[in-house]
Design a protein around this ligand. Structure first.
Ligand code: PLP
Ligand code: ZN
Length: 421
C-alpha cells in the first residue's frame, strides 16, 4: 500500500495513515482528510501498461492506487467497470462537439456509491471490524447494505424516514438493520456519528470517512482509461455533499501526478436550486469551511444537503480545475430524465439526470462551449425513483384487444409502416 499521509484541506496538517479515523481533529467536521500517496514509489511500481494488462474489469484493476493492503480480500460484487457511451444525438441536442455518458447506474446496487462502499467494506474486513454503519439519503445506504451483505458483515443504516420507498425497500432486502430517523439527513448523520462512537462501529458517513472519495475516484480513472488517457475537456456531475466531485478531482489529480494524463478536465458541479450551498459559496467567493447551513428542498433527493459535508474539497475541485458550479430548477432536472433516456438509452434517477439540465445551464453561462468534448456522469439508476420518472415519462395509449384500435393508435401516434425487403 502506497498511502503516505492523511492531510487536512483546511489547516494543511498531516497525519499518519492510521493516526485518525475520520475528519481533522483540529478543524472538525469540515476537515475531510485527503488520502495522499508516495507518488515516487507508485511511479516506480506501476504503469498505465500494467493497468491495461489487468484482466479485472472492476474498480480493483486500479488496486495499487487504492488504500488497501496488497493481500486484503475485496467484496465479490463487481463494482465499477461501467460503460462510457459516446452519445452523438445528445451532443447534437446540447450543441457540444462530443458527449459521452458514463453510466454508473450500472453498479451492483444502482449507483456510484458502490465504489465507496466496496472500499470501505474491504478496509473494514482488513481491520477485523464487526459492524459498519452509515447515514444516507438512500444510495450510500443501499451501497453499504449491498456490499456488506456480499461478505456477511452486519450494517446499521440511519436513513431519513422520508427517503424514497424503493431505496428503503432495497436496504431492507439486503438485510441491513434500518433505523428510520424521524428527521432530516443531518439528524441521521449525527445519530450515525454518535452510535459509531458509542458502539465501536465503523462509520462510512460521507465527508467524514476519508476513504469514500478514494473509492469514488476510480470513476475518473475509468474515464481516462476508456478515452485512451486523453481526458475530456469537462466532466459534468451532480453535487450534494460534494464527495463525488472531490473523488473525481482526486482521481484525475492522481493521474496527473503520475504523469498518466497531461491535464485536468474542468469539473462542472450541478446543484438543485433548492439545495445549492456549494454553488452559492463558489459564486460569492466565500469560504466553504465557515458557511452557514441552508434549508434544502429538491426532488433530487440524492443531492439534497443543508450543509454539504465535503464542501471544502468540492469547492476546491471546481476552483482548481477551472470549472464551475451551476444551479438548476427541479422542473429542469425532471425534464432531463426522459431527454437523457431518449437521446442515449440511459435511464437516470433525478439527481443523476440533473447533468442534462446542468450541461444546458453551463452552456448558457459560458462554462461550456460548442468545441468542448464533455463527459456527463450518470451517478444513479432511474429505477431508484420511479415516481419521479412517472411525473415526466408521459402516458401509454389505451387500446382494446382489437387490431383496428391499434390502427387508430398508429395514426394518432404517427407511426410509419414498412416491409423489410
Ligand atoms: C450521492 C449522489 C450524488 C451526489 O454525491 P455527493 O457526494 O453527495 O455530492 C449524486 N447523484 C447520486 C445518484 C447520488 O447517489
Ligand atoms: Zn485541519
Amino acid at each position: 500500500m502506497y498511502v503516505a499521509e492523511l492531510r487536512c484541506p483546511i489547516c494543511g496538517k498531516s497525519y499518519a495513515p492510521d493516526q485518525v479515523p475520520y475528519t481533522c481533529p483540529a478543524c472538525g467536521q469540515a476537515g475531510t482528510l485527503d488520502v495522499l500517496y508516495d507518488v515516487g514509489a507508485l511511479r516506480q511500481a506501476v504503469s498505465r501498461e500494467d493497468i491495461a494488462r489487468s484482466a479485472d474489469p472492476t474498480m480493483w484493476r486500479y488496486r495499487p492506487l487504492l488504500p488497501l493492503p496488497a493481500d486484503a480480500p475485496v467484496p465479490p460484487l463487481a463494482v465499477g467497470g461501467t460503460p462510457l457511451y459516446d452519445a452523438p444525438r445528445l451532443a447534437a441536442d446540447l450543441g457540444l462537439a462530443q458527449t459521452w455518458i458514463k453510466d454508473d447506474g450500472r453498479n451492483p446496487t444502482g449507483s456510484l456509491k458502490d465504489r465507496a462502499s466496496a472500499l470501505v467494506v474491504a478496509r473494514a474486513m482488513a481491520q477485523g471490524i464487526k459492524v459498519v454503519t452509515t447515514a444516507s439519503t438512500g444510495n450510500a445506504a443501499a451501497a453499504l447494505a449491498g456490499l456488506a451483505a456480499s461478505v456477511g458483515l452486519p450494517a446499521v443504516i440511519f436513513v431519513p424516514a422520508s427517503a424514497p420507498e424503493a431505496k428503503i425497500a432495497q436496504l431492507l432486502t439486503y438485510g441491513a438493520h434500518v433505523l428510520l430517523v424521524r428527521g432530516n439527513y443531518d439528524n441521521a448523520f449525527d445519530l450515525a456519528v454518535q452510535a459509531a462512537e458509542r458502539y465501536g462501529w465503523y462509520n462510512r458517513n460521507t465527508g467524514m470517512n476519508p476513504y469514500t472519495a478514494e473509492g469514488k475516484k476510480t470513476v475518473a480513472y475509468e474515464i481516462a482509461e476508456q478515452l485512451g488517457w486523453q481526458v475530456p475537456d469537462a466532466v459534468v456531475l451532480s453535487v450534494g455533499d460534494g464527495n463525488i466531485i472531490s473523488g473525481v478531482h482526486k482521481g484525475f489529480s492522481d493521474l496527473l501526478a503520475l504523469g498518466w494524463i497531461d491535464r485536468m478536465p474542468r469539473l462542472i458541479g450541478v446543484q438543485a436550486d433548492g439545495s445549492a450551498a456549494c454553488y452559492q459559496v463558489w459564486k460569492r467567493g466565500q469560504d466553504p469551511a465557515t458557511m452557514a447551513p441552508i434549508e434544502s428542498h429538491t426532488v433530487a433527493d440524492s443531492i439534497a444537503a443543508d450543509l454539504p459535508r465535503d464542501r471544502v474539497r468540492a469547492v476546491r475541485a471546481v476552483r482548481e480545475s477551472n470549472g464551475a458550479f451551476v444551479s438548476v430548477p427541479d422542473e429542469a432536472i425532471l425534464e432531463g430524465i426522459p431527454v437523457l433516456a431518449r437521446l442515449s438509452g440511459v435511464f437516470a434517477e433525478p439527481a443523476a439526470a440533473a447533468v442534462y439540465a446542468g450541461a444546458r445551464a453551463a452552456l448558457a453561462e459560458g462554462h461550456l462551449t460548442s468545441v468542448d468534448r464533455v463527459v456527463l456522469l450518470v451517478t444513479g439508476n432511474g429505477l431508484k425513483d420511479i415516481k419521479s420518472a412517472m411525473r415526466v415519462a408521459g402516458n401509454g395509449y389505451s387500446v382494446a384487444p382489437d387490431i383496428e384500435e391499434v390502427e387508430r393508435a398508429r395514426r394518432v401516434l404517427g407511426l410509419p409502416t414498412f416491409r423489410p425487403a
